[in-house]
Design a protein around this ligand. Structure first.
Ligand SMILES: C[S@@+](CC[C@H](N)C(=O)[O-])C[C@H]1O[C@@H](n2cnc3c(N)ncnc32)[C@H](O)[C@@H]1O
Ligand code: SF4
Length: 389
């Protein structure tokens, strides 16, 4: 069971980034690339193995509690590639008996045929990018699958994995709370224990950013987005899938444990092109790492030096505490103010907390945790900025 009481327990996650997609979705600014010539998976496996070994040399003796294959589109990998990478992880670190191993998958019929192979390779949870249950919206989002195809992939996931989740994007152009409520009700009926529900964000340097700037893509304003957010909370809470994080819903105990590693400020290794890590080195030092983003440049770097790390910075106590606040307040369970004080060497300002409480943006729980309220979540950035100031 994952609950607030366990949030202080050490956890160690391994994130692996697969940076390729069949095509680039016009809203997406993730580190993803299209390679028509094909990808040499064996070469990538060797490079992943080298980077895993190099990272294990820096943080030896860990027990891996979660592993996450993210992308890009990891469901383009052959199951044997996934299996080989998992074996490399197990050669260097101990693996917790209840390890969570998630793989992000695109919900096309071709990719669903690989699910059984992933399971045999050691994956025990899949997260599918369904995005919408409306064919017109899927087309507008540049997706390569229909709603029916996505739901068929969800059914294959359900047949192969005890744990699965899928993502939807809402606050799309012209979307009304009524239409979204109906779409979400259908989604909830197909969901297992977990759903990720993201508001459409216009990311810089994407085709959607250009369309938006030209007035050709109009997204809901703050008020309309707020109504859609309220619909999201109401439908999910009624279905027993309350928000445990600003965009993530789960039955209690079914949270994505890997993402909790980030949000609770624990330790994780970032492996593969453009992956980020946070490593706690022996001297009590927390380091922020990031690897080369471009896939071929990453490969060459790893082949030349044994790792693709291009950023490796010690975080000050203040930076670590601010990150803890920023990530932790995304969670419904909130943060332990004592942990903040231990990290930063100073307490959160009680006057600021009092004002935010009066405004209804934050609250203190019976066991002394500070958390953002449902009313506060839509203005989370402002709340965090206020507390960190
Ligand atoms: C790494 S991505 C993708 C997983 C997989 N490649 C896919 O597209 O199905 C993780 C999720 O982020 C969400 N996402 C990506 N860009 C977004 C944006 N601009 N606004 C809102 N959600 C976004 C999508 O729901 C997506 O499934
Ligand atoms: S949303 Fe997913 S499939 Fe589309 S470009 Fe981004 S990572 Fe690739």
């Amino acid at each position: 069971m994952q609950n607030a009481e366990r949030s202080g327990e050490p956890a160690f996650g391994v994130y692996l980034h697969w940076p390729f997609c069949l095509s680039k979705c016009p809203y997406c600014d993730f580190n993803s690339h299209v390679r028509h010539a094909g990808v040499d998976e064996a070469r990538f496996v060797r490079a992943f193995a080298a980077e895993i070994a190099a990272t294990a040399g820096r943080v030896p003796g860990r027990t891996v509690s979660t592993i996450f294959f993210g992308g890009g589109t990891p469901s383009l990998m052959q199951p044997a590639t996934v299996g080989a990478i998992l074996e490399e992880i197990a050669r260097h670190w101990a693996i917790a008996p209840d390890v969570e191993v998630t793989l992000e998958a695109n919900p096309t019929s071709v990719e669903a045929t690989r699910f059984r192979g992933y399971r045999a390779a050691g994956v025990n949870r899949v997260s599918l990018g369904v995005q919408a249950l409306d064919d017109g919206a899927l087309k507008e989002l540049g997706r390569l699958h229909t709603a029916a195809e996505a739901l068929a992939a969800v059914a294959v996931a359900r047949a192969n994995f005890e744990r699965y989740s899928f993502d939807l994007i809402y606050a799309r152009p012209r979307q009304t709370p009524q239409a979204w409520g109906a779409e979400l009700a259908r989604a909830v009926a197909e969901a297992g224990e977990h759903l990720s529900l993201y508001q459409l964000t216009i990311e810089q340097d994407t085709p959607f950013a250009d369309l938006h700037a030209a007035g050709k893509l109009v997204i809901p304003n703050d008020e309309a987005a707020r109504a859609l957010y309220d619909t999201t909370q109401a439908v999910c809470a009624a279905a027993g899938l309350p928000a445990y994080e600003i965009s993530n819903h789960a039955r209690p105990g079914a949270e994505c444990r890997h993402n909790l590693v980030y949000w609770r400020g624990h330790e994780y290794a970032g492996i593969g092109p453009g992956a980020h890590g946070r490593l706690n080195l022996a001297a009590g030092e927390r380091r922020a790492t990031a690897t080369e983003k471009r896939p071929e440049a990453w490969l060459m770097r790893v082949e030349a030096r044994g790792h693709g790390v291009v950023t490796d910075e010690a975080l000050s106590n203040e930076e670590t505490a601010d990150e803890f606040l920023l990530m932790g307040l995304r969670l419904a369970e909130g943060i332990d103010p004592e942990r903040y004080a231990a990290l930063s060497g100073r307490r959160l300002n009680p006057r600021r907390i009092a004002i935010l409480r009066e405004e209804g943006a934050v609250e203190m729980t019976a066991n002394g945790r500070l958390r953002v309220t449902l009313a506060g979540f839509p203005v989370l950035d402002a709340v965090v900025a206020d507390l960190a100031a």
